[in-house]
Design a protein around this ligand. Structure first.
Ligand code: CP
Length: 319
């Protein structure tokens, strides 16, 4: 059990607003929860009697399922609300939907939405905790938490000076934004790479390096994180075709040879196999993609526990 937790937030909205100590607290708690994954009886009583609403207004596989499993492992009851099966399609507003959820006695809302800022907006409307599960091209905080947790497992707890290259569609990526904030707070050095239409030089104002030479971007990386092209957020074409993207920026065996032998390959998913990443690499021994997915459960358990505790001032222990 962790003795001291640096956390007094009701909501998790962004990584940008978190301190290094808050990220460390989530990771320390996730490490504790990870010891429970191998048990035959995996459930903990921590959130027994709590009701959590998974409000997914945009499609998701791993985030939605991992949040649901995380909540159930903590003994909460979970209800999924998806756009197509809700009154949102009849024109009900997000504000009214959130107020209905709160009136139905929910204890927490997890929201994925295509509109940047929608979790922050909801957090001002309802008194219960709001967790951001990805808002437009803004942030995906729990993805960055599980990604940096996985890096710490693979490279060592101290990420200071470790070199992380994020390659792909940075402009439209909430995963990239949250990871940049998390990695910089943890002391890592971040390089953003890809076509200049998707990786504007202005990103350097965040404290990262923008590199258009792919060989240079890969050569000294400890981690390369691939991102898919996010068509759903692009209003115009930012490069001629997926075939040309693959030819110029796709990570294949030949380009992977530019990496250090011990460098790991990450991807938040979903992977467009054969475009940003060859299948042989996605399934290869350097890939930690499925470990990222598993770590999504324990990092989300930590976030649910901490936000519920802050909301309730509960004295219950985590494990
Ligand atoms: N990485 C991620 O957010 O994947 P999903 O869209 O499947 O949740």
């Amino acid at each position: 059990m962790i003795q001291e937790l640096t956390w007094n937030r009701k909501d998790l909205l962004t990584i940008e607003e978190l301190s290094r100590e808050e990220i460390d607290t989530i990771h320390a708690l996730a490490t504790q929860f990870k010891t429970t994954l191998g048990r035959s009886q995996k459930k903990l009583p921590t959130l027994r009697g709590k009701t959590i609403i998974n409000l997914f207004i945009e499609p998701s596989t791993r985030t939605r399922i991992a949040f649901e499993i995380a909540a159930k492992r903590l003994s909460a009851d979970v209800t999924l609300v998806e756009k197509a099966a809700s009154s949102l399609v009849k024109g009900e507003s997000l504000r009214d939907t959130a107020q209905v959820v709160e009136a139905l006695n929910a204890d927490m809302i997890i929201i994925r939405h295509s509109a940047a800022g929608s979790p922050a907006y909801l957090s001002q409307i309802v008194d219960i905790p709001v967790i951001n599960a990805g808002d437009g091209a803004h942030e995906h905080p729990t993805q960055a938490l599980l990604d940096t947790f996985t890096m710490r497992e693979k490279l060592g707890h101290d990420l200071s000076g470790k070199k992380v290259t994020i390659l792909g569609d940075i402009l439209f990526s909430r995963v990239a934004r949250s990871n940049v904030w998390a990695l910089l707070k943890l002391g890592a050095e971040v390089t953003l790479a890809g076509p200049n239409t998707l990786v504007p030089k202005q990103f350097e104002e965040l404290g990262v390096t923008v590199e258009y030479n792919l060989k240079k971007a890969l050569a000294d990386a400890d981690v390369v994180m691939l991102l898919r092209i996010q068509h759903e957020r692009q209003t115009s074409s930012h490069f001629p075709s997926l075939g040309e993207y693959k030819a110029l920026y796709g990570l294949n065996r030949e380009r992977a040879a530019w990496l250090k032998p011990e460098a790991i390959i990450m991807h938040p998913g979903p992977v467009n196999r054969g475009v940003e990443l060859d299948s042989s690499l996605a399934d290869g021994e350097r890939s930690v993609i499925l470990e990222q997915v598993t770590n999504g459960i324990v990092n989300r358990m930590a976030v649910l526990y901490l936000c519920a505790s802050a909301a309730n001032q509960t004295s219950e222990t985590a494990i």
